[in-house]
Design a protein around this ligand. Structure first.
Ligand code: SF4
Length: 276
């Protein structure tokens, strides 16, 4: 599961079954949230079982899109509960977005269990880099790149709507990442930075090594590479890249200052004359 303040860009409701997750991703949004609201003091607390106080009703039709799961992933430990909950949500007529760092065995089970609900479903797989060493370091108990791509292919071949979240990306080479996955994506590829960076570094200092990845310079480089390479779709066919709110805000702010600088410069040229 990956989400930011911009989670409303993806769904109207985020539902889940548990407040812990064995994946142990270092920059987990749910961990940041629990620390911020003093539910835990050490991220390791989120690795162990804790019953959830309230679970939202899966048998009602929500007035908007539902994303699942929010504060955990779908793993072999909770698969049966997740499957049952998803089927109840789908039988109630909901449009559901499943957001996951996918395991092959889980995706095989979901394809078979949910095939009759294809029209109501989209799978959004979290694939933030093709570098397995980086994945192992920052998402220690999640699948490697090859397994995630295999899951994407399986869903695509089975006729499900698919999208990818590279938010937050864990590579400078987002273009190279997208080149490796786009043929199996039927909807969007989301690109975004890691939010709450300074707060996360306080309890996960190893994250500091990623700071440069989310600097203005890197964001602008990634943005211009993506626009240049995929903007015209000459070679790639239809591909939709979406920028998450905080990434887009950095690009827009820079464009605003650049535009203003251009206007000021051209006014100076007009006033002083070229060559003065
Ligand atoms: S899989 Fe999602 S919920 Fe679980 S630790 Fe990773 S980011 Fe957090």
């Amino acid at each position: 599961m990956t989400q930011t303040e911009g989670w409303k860009e993806w769904a109207d409701y985020w539902l889940g079954l548990q407040n812990f997750c064995e994946r142990g991703c270092l920059a987990c949004f749910a961990t940041w949230f629990d620390i911020k609201y003093k539910r835990i003091t050490d991220p390791k607390e989120r690795l162990t079982f804790k019953p959830r106080k309230t679970i939202e009703n899966p048998d009602k039709k929500y007035p908007g899109r539902v994303a699942f799961p929010n504060t955990h992933d779908i793993t072999i430990q909770n698969y049966s509960q997740c499957e049952e909950y998803l089927i109840r949500l789908l039988k109630a007529g909901n449009q559901v977005l499943i957001v996951t760092k996918p395991d092959e065995n889980i995706i095989r089970l979901l394809i078979s269990a949910l095939s009759e609900f294809k029209e109501q479903l989209e799978f959004r797989l979290s694939i933030s880099t093709y570098d397995n060493e980086v994945l192992k370091k920052f998402e220690p108990n999640a699948s490697d790149f090859e397994e995630r791509v295999l899951c994407l292919k399986m869903l695509f071949m089975a006729g499900f709507e698919t999208s990818v979240s590279a938010e937050y990306y864990l590579t400078r080479d987002v273009k190279g990442l997208i080149k490796r996955i786009y043929p199996y994506v039927t909807r969007e590829i989301w690109v975004g930075i890691m939010n709450h960076f300074d707060q996360i570094v306080e309890y996960a200092p190893v994250i500091e090594s990623l700071r440069e990845l989310y600097s203005l310079e890197t964001v602008l480089t990634i943005h211009s590479e993506l626009e240049r390479y995929f903007g015209h779709n000459y070679f790639t066919g239809k591909i939709t890249i979406k920028y998450k709110d905080t990434f887009e805000a950095m690009v827009n702010k820079n464009n605003f200052f650049e535009r203003n600088e251009l206007i000021v410069n051209s006014l100076l040229v007009e006033k002083n004359g070229v060559g003065n």
